[in-house]
Design a protein around this ligand. Sequence first.
Ligand code: UD1
Ligand code: UDP
Length: 345
Amino acid sequence: MRLCTVVGARPQFIKYAALHHAIHKYSQIEHVLIHTGQHYDHNMSGSFFKELGLPDPDINLSIGGHAPVKQISLMLEHIAKHLAEIKPDFVIVFGDTNSSLAAAIAASKLQIKIIHIEAGARSFNKDMPEEFNRIIIDRLADQLFVSSSSAMDNLKKEGLIRNAYLSGDVMKDMVFAAKQRNRITPKQTQQYIYATIHRPANTNTTQRLTDIMNGLNQLPHKVIFSLHPRTKKQLDQRDIQTEKYQNIEWIEPVGYFENLSFIQFAEAVITDSGGMQKEAYWLQTKCVTIRQDTEWPETLHDGWNTLVNDQLESINHLLSTNPTNHQAKLYGDGNAATAIMDNLL
Ligand code: UD1
Ligand code: UDP
């Protein structure tokens, strides 16, 4: 069997790492990895391949730094060219990025079967580019691997249940492996809150961006902020002086294990990242999500994760709550990649 996986953005290198180790248990599988180049800074891309023991991608399209329409159309053209040569039996895509959308469209035009991992997740917010991407990819996919029963319900409502399989979440495999290998270690002696923000809705206007920074600046603990390149660009272009937020310690994006370590030992995580909502849950750290919706509603139970959109001043109060009821089985048992490969074969 010949598989081709297409990745492009930071969370997809991490998701692919889980699958990579499962794929390579099977000698009958030939595998080609295409990296679109959507993320390209070393600390957003190359560092993950090294740290997670992944070989370099077989093909790197180096399509980064474009506006969405150009980005998707360039990816579509170049992915299609390579797929026509590789002739895989299946193309594998993860989640909701423009790289995944382009790969799914290219594969469908060439009548190559598509596997979607993390299928069925919905925010029901059509202003998010990712929501549109997820819906289209699920429609085009031939085999859907699903992280949670709520995502399965979404697929059911959309009439897409026939080829869907509840595998659990491959990101949980990675967190379990990191714990087992003792890769999660304290980074700080003082109490802190760990933050990341990168969604266009939170970064693309000066007002919203500064409202969020002001909110973080008033919290009772130091905020360590991992600065995504989109957010850095927006702060620079808007001439927002980061030094004036004295409660915030800005850091460059960190490696995967360092990031999990920051999450694990934080008083709370404040984020708009999809992946970090789940990681905070698995590591039993309280999370505040700066959005009006989430694709991961299970994390909201018992206050482990709380959505805050406009009432940013309410974060302070949320920090004093203590969720207790933690569900160990949420999003599977940490063996999703093996379940996916077994099901596929
Ligand atoms: C993308 C995904 C988003 C995902 C996020 C993960 C889409 C529509 N969005 O958003 O779902 O949550 O990745 O992090 O696919 N940039 C750099 N260096 C890099 C990467 C990006 O400078 O290594 C810059 C780009 O040039 C661009 C901006 O950051 O100006 C945004 O990058 P882009 O990949 O378009 O979207 P993300 O916000 O990263
Ligand atoms: N991450 C990381 N370093 C950082 C911030 C995040 O390794 O400085 C990891 C995090 O552990 C998670 C993934 O990146 O696995 C989440 O990616 P991101 O927030 O960029 O995208 P999203 O999940 O929102 O699509």
